[in-house]
Design a protein around this ligand. Sequence first.
Ligand code: FAQ
Length: 311
Amino acid sequence: EIKSLEEIFEAKIARDEKIEPKDWMPEKYRQTHIRQISQHAHSEIVGMLPEGNWITRAPSLKRKVALLAKIQDEAGHGLYLYSACETLGISRDELYEQLHSGKAKYSSIFNYPTLTWADMGAVGWLVDGAAIINQVPLCATSYGPYARAMVRVCKEESFHQRQGFQIMMTLAEGTPEQKEMAQDALNRWWFPALMMLGPTDDASVHTAQSMKWKLKRKTNDELRQQFVDQTVPQAEMIGLTIPDPNLKWNPETKHYEFSELDWEEFWQVVKGHGPCNKMRLDARRNAWNNGEWVRNAAMAYAEKQENREVK
Ligand code: FAQ
């Protein structure tokens, strides 16, 4: 019996085998992976900006070293993910162009400002915390290069999450002013962190197909519930209050109930109208433009070396 390429592909997905770059894949599978992996890469790269804001003002040498290491990891994740994305037949230049022109999205969360040192705690604890919840299932995603990238990324994210939580814990145990600073950061980051996991399942246009392809292994709402259930006890442990009056443990479902999120705010941020969208994109475009001479010099040098070898 001769099977069509489509049947071979479907059978691999059904057997939980990885799809590799040279395998046949439906064009929509390729495109949706380019979309998700590139948005993920852009998020890592833009995600360096809010924390970069605090490197020079970290309160001790130890904190500065840890923050620098975390931000360097994010650059690494971005480059790793761009490479994974390139295996699908799109160039790095095209990917950058999509980011710089505003065509490609990056995570909504990075359009919020980092106002105090406690925000470094909240970002690590909540943003990396949500990122891990989202990315652990992606280690089992169907596209090989993406799945393998996620294994390393998740290990590094768990260091990031712990360093954030440790900052929050230290502040929460400190002076009343320090504790207040930690609470204020939690107040500002809690709902944006929940929104980071994407629209509700009813509003999520890609979930159904992505679940069939085993690109996504859990839905946005499932991941959000898991994040809330995991994070609330951590806040309690350090004596901080989740800023949601409707937060309630339901002993029957064994899950926390929480408020409906402000989806109007979410879509405004996604569409480019968040507090820092313009600043973030300008920073990336400027970095690209100001780096042109470096790229040109590197190319000229490579060309010179190549010519030398020929002789
Ligand atoms: N922000 O149908 P769905 C990190 C868009 S990494 C902006 O549900 P999907 C590390 C979505 O693209 C953080 N846009 O879409 C770090 C789609 O628009 P499109 C990034 C969003 O793909 C920590 C439309 O809404 N992580 O944080 C957002 O099935 C600290 C409809 O949505 C990843 O990218 C959003 N939050 O599910 C770095 C993980 N949510 O494309 C520095 C991989 C949705 O049709 C510091 N990505 N949209 O124009 C995913 O798991 C998925 O893509 C979701 C969205 C879950 C984000």
